[in-house]
Design a protein around this ligand. Sequence first.
Ligand SMILES: Cc1cc2nc3c(=O)[nH]c(=O)nc-3n(C[C@H](O)[C@H](O)[C@H](O)COP(=O)(O)O)c2cc1C
Length: 336
Amino acid sequence: MKNESIIKLMERGSKILGSKYSILGGAMAWISEAHLVSTMSNAGIFGVLASGAMNGDMLKKEIELTQGKTSKNFGVNLIMMNPKLHDLIDICGETKISHIILAGGIPDNPLMEKIHSYGIQVLTFAPTLAVAKRLFKYGLDALILEGSEAGGHVGHVSTMILIQDILLNLREYPIFVAGGILRGEVVAALLQLGAVGCQLGTVFACCKESLAHANFKNALLAASGRNAVTPIQLDKKFPVAQVRALENVATVEFIIRQREMLAKFEKGDITLDEGRLSLEYFWAGALRRAVQDGDVEHGSLMSGQIVEIVKDERSIEDIVHLLLAEAESFLAQRIF
Ligand SMILES: Cc1cc2nc3c(=O)[nH]c(=O)nc-3n(C[C@H](O)[C@H](O)[C@H](O)COP(=O)(O)O)c2cc1C
């Protein structure tokens, strides 16, 4: 059978996702819509719809559109600070979604129980070993370890550190790894280290089926890893989420907006949460401007350091095909 060894190594992850290959196409706000997600799932990987700041009606429409294009499993990414979170979970339950991927916070037991009550599996991210252990105690179905090389909202620690701190200490639990992954050899090596699969994002933002504006894709394809930066946090008192994006006017505007929010916060005009939410709206608006309008200066070019080696606009099928071939040939080499 073709790619037999890598498919065998992926078995645990594929069973969890209900997909042929244990590769997730990570949710990307404004990019991971019905067309992209259904094409991913039809290609044998696991697509994830991004819900961003959607309300229930918008999400329901996008889910039904995706279901109309694929009979395969796909997930829905929900942002925990979305004020409509509980409504969105109900929509996922009513539309018989198989997996929810929670981002932007650490879920508690009641939230996971609510999702499980619909028969939906829960995946989420964890920044530390202690948090990862707690989440599995609550009944988390699988964890995604995402290193700071990734595109979009990121933690502070790189994939390599998370692998050693969390993956190698929790081998009995299902863990997917994300952040800076493209080549099949690396996917195979991570599976040999105990991961059940991997999540990729940036490469799919630039793929043929991505409906992102050509200016957005071309900016990413032309960039090098060092261009994908996380703008600084101005004051420890006012912690802001780290977002990795290509350096441009928007990354400077983020600093200006942060300074404004910090000043309002220090004067007592806004709470910390209000200030942080305003910065989240800034990023969401800026990403939309780049992805939909093609404004590559004032729009946000969220992308991971992997842009260093993402150089062509390939189809999802080609990306998956090459990744599997690289993984298989790596596994066939008997170096030791
Ligand atoms: C443009 C862009 C938007 C993203 N938006 C989201 C999002 O809405 N929710 C989420 O959980 N992750 C988001 N991510 C992270 C991806 O799902 C994925 O985990 C990450 O891109 C993997 O790392 P890589 O970029 O090195 O492949 C985004 C990433 C990018 C590049």
